[in-house]
Design a protein around this ligand. Sequence first.
Ligand code: SF4
Length: 119
Amino acid sequence: MERIVSRGERIRYKCIRSGTCCGSGPNVALTAFDICRIARFLNTEWRSLVGRYIYAVIADQIPIPVLRGINNRCVFLQTSNSLPTCSIYPARPRRCRLFPFIPISPSIKDKMYVSRICP
Ligand code: SF4
């Protein structure tokens, strides 16, 4: 069960660059904006991302684009100076920008999950 924080509640955390969030998936759902931002960052057309970096999972008969994982690591996760590094950091998806906070649902705007996998 994930912890839930409410609007106005304060929570302190510091990223220690464990890479856990990027290496425990892949489960990063993408918006159309995410896909366009990544394509622009990689200076390519969005269709060229499909299969190589992105695929679709089917949830309740609805296809949802997600980042591809290789050996349970995000396809964009690399190692730089012995630290896990996102190779598309300026264009990373919204879910990555929000992490360790995770939206509960579009209709719940005053609460969010806090991931338990984040050390
Ligand atoms: S896109 Fe970057 S920040 Fe997001 S999971 Fe992949 S490596 Fe991590």
